[in-house]
Design a protein around this ligand. Structure first.
Ligand code: ZN
Length: 291
């Protein structure tokens, strides 16, 4: 069996960007639409953050993955077109950024379908990757993703290497993430709604992320940063991402790729017998009662 990591590489590295823009706040309460300053904080992502991030990625020839809610795509089609024109991957990030566990099956299907059609209309192709809003999959989602033709998800946290899930409609690659490698916990600050109260030093973030990168890479893992352009698109933070890319490149042993490339490699190299069951947490009635 061919190893997951191609050639001389021994671990994986990906920068990923969730282009939430206003959707993450409107999903909390649509009345925030009338709060101009709050909305402008979110709009900074597609307006200023994404172009700056694209310039940085181009300097290093790095292909990345941008997960875009359908609502963001509909509001900022030129931003999505610029991401595609620069050679990056567009992934599915729901339509309205609502947490999927709040929806019944029909509503969840509608979120998936609306997100797919918005991205297809603007990019001309269907996405192959999915990241759940707030990283909140429910026990129904993996089967729905493969039913809609998606090849991978990047929302779960129970490993640090890619793996395959067995779903009702075939295997789904899972590319795991973690809060430690999410910029939200480092940089998110808004008085209202309270989605975060921290503005950390980029130097501290660089130390946190390079420490995990080196330890994870030494063990053959997949390092995935999740960044939000409305947060990480600010100048000192893009500079920090650039230092991280330089650090990763200097190691010389990392496969630096988009998540779609990593997911396809996982599909090709992980044996069918290694597929895992969807990790539904079954709970015993004699412990918790009938629910
Ligand atoms: Zn998001």
């Amino acid at each position: 069996m061919t190893d997951l990591w191609p050639g001389e590489t021994r671990a994986g590295f990906a920068l990923t960007f969730d282009v939430d823009a206003e959707s993450a706040i409107l999903a909390v309460d649509p009345r925030y639409a009338r709060r101009l300053t709050t909305m402008s904080h979110q709009a900074y992502g597609p307006k200023v953050g994404v172009p700056r991030i694209l310039r940085m990625l181009e300097r290093h020839g790095l292909r990345s993955t941008f997960f875009v809610p359908g609502l963001t795509a509909d509001r900022y089609p030129a931003t999505v077109e610029a991401i595609v024109a620069a050679g990056h991957e567009i992934g599915h990030h729901g339509y309205s950024h609502v947490q999927l566990h709040r929806l019944d099956e029909g509503e969840e299907r509608r979120e998936l379908e609306r997100g797919m059609s918005s991205l297809e209309r603007i990019t001309g192709t269907l996405p192959t990757g999915f990241r759940a809003p707030w990283w909140e999959l429910n026990d129904r989602t993996p089967d729905l993703l493969t039913e809609y033709g998606l090849r991978y998800d990047s929302s779960m946290m129970d490993d640090d290497r890619p793996y395959l899930l067995a779903t009702a409609h075939g295997p789904l690659a899972e590319l795991p993430v973690h809060w430690m490698l999410d910029d939200w916990e480092q940089y998110a600050f808004l008085p209202e709604p309270n989605v975060g109260t921290v503005i950390e030093s980029p130097a501290k973030v660089l130390d946190l992320w390079t420490s995990e990168l080196d330890a994870l890479a030494d063990e053959g893992g997949m390092f995935i940063v999740t960044a939000h352009p409305f947060l990480s698109g600010r100048p000192s933070r893009v500079a920090t991402l650039e230092r991280l890319v330089e650090h990763a490149s200097a190691r010389g042993d990392l496969w630096m790729a988009s998540l779609a490339e990593v997911a396809e490699r996982a599909h090709q190299t992980i044996a069918a017998g290694e597929q895992r069951a969807v990790p539904v947490c079954t709970i015993a009635e004699d412990v918790y009662g009938k629910r």
